[in-house]
Design a protein around this ligand. Sequence first.
Ligand SMILES: Nc1nc2c(ncn2[C@@H]2O[C@H](COP(=O)(O)OP(=O)(O)O)[C@@H](O)[C@H]2O)c(=O)[nH]1
Ligand SMILES: [Mg+2]
Length: 202
Amino acid sequence: MKKCMIIGKTNVGKTLFLINFAAFLGMRKICLNVKNQEGNVSVEYHSIPEALKVLVNCQPHHTTSLQGIKLRLPAGKVVKNFELIDSTGLMEGIPKDINTRRKMAQTLSAVREADLILHMIDASAAGQKGALEAFGEVDYQVAQFSQMKGNYLLLANKMDLPGAKEGLEIIRKEFVGHPIIPISSLTQEGFAEVKRIVWKWI
Ligand SMILES: Nc1nc2c(ncn2[C@@H]2O[C@H](COP(=O)(O)OP(=O)(O)O)[C@@H](O)[C@H]2O)c(=O)[nH]1
Ligand SMILES: [Mg+2]
């Protein structure tokens, strides 16, 4: 099964996207495959409201494993199946804590195996704080690596919040040449466009 991986710094809205994109594709319940750092997979079942309550959090590093949902993408008579995988937030430098280092390594190794990379950036933070604070070196590295790998999409998230329009312009200037879609993980703005592109690439 093809793998579509969501990556980005912590708190940009990756987990909210995972759940609301599944809801957008018509899922009422989600079956979450959680893979810990040892590679063991456990399965969790949640309704959408429950998943939002349990998995999304404004505390950084709330997502501590790779967590994936198997999804169906119908377009006309053709249905494509793929796994949408959410990951631990990337952070700058080398984390001091061994567990965080392991989580980061797990994310990066999964990125190498992904068929499509969705790189998420907080457009509202970019507009309010500027590029230096909103993006990290890690964002530029991910963009560069993914460009070589191909099948890469930059998601400018939190378009429903103040400053996001200005932030989107900053993102366009900083990540010239990359495909960028403005979205809101909260309001589902831009999801139809993401669906169209995922369908094409998966
Ligand atoms: N207004 C708004 N809030 C968002 C959006 N995406 C995420 N958030 C909020 O940002 C915080 C972090 O979201 P989460 O999905 O846990 O981020 P992650 O660390 O990247 O997985 C939560 O409080 C979310 O409700 C968005 O598009 N709009
Ligand atoms: Mg998360």
